[in-house]
Design a protein. Structure first.
Length: 145
């Protein structure tokens, strides 16, 4: 029931997850390895996010804690930037994040501030649209759909 409820919620609750930025400096965010060096959300924080969204421990399968403003566009590990998202939607959002990162850091067709604002507002409606999911990045695990 809880997973079905979250499936209906494509966007996070803005009062719980408004988004938070760790860096607004493209020179920092676009540096090789920036996102992977900052990708560490403790399990205690993840538990608080699930609790805030009303997802009890026994109902978290098929969900992951995701960053609203992604690390690769300067997002923070702050709780205001984290929310539970289904694996399927997080894959779609990852493709959007990748395209925003490319637009900001390589093509220079979008400012970092614009990318951060767009994805925080509505990740399904950004200047890069909804790109195709790169299936080879995401092997399907048992129980995922």
């Amino acid at each position: 029931m809880i997973v079905e409820l979250l499936l209906a919620l494509t966007l996070p609750n803005a009062s719980i997850t408004p988004g938070a930025v760790a860096s607004s400096d493209p020179a920092v965010v676009c540096a090789y390895g920036y996102a992977s060096a900052h990708r560490d959300v403790p399990y205690s924080v993840r538990d608080r996010i699930y609790d805030e969204y009303g997802v009890p421990r026994g109902h978290r399968a098929g969900l992951r804690i995701d960053h609203l403003i992604p690390l690769e566009t300067g997002g923070s590990n702050d709780e205001r930037n984290l929310w539970p998202q289904t694996y399927a939607e997080s894959r779609q959002k990852d493709a959007v994040e990748d395209e925003l990162h490319v637009a900001v850091c390589f093509r220079h067709t979008l400012t970092l501030a614009a990318a951060q604002a767009a994805i925080a507002r509505n990740w399904t409606s950004t200047p890069v649209g909804l790109p195709a999911i790169r299936a080879h990045y995401y092997p399907v695990r048992d129980g995922e759909r």
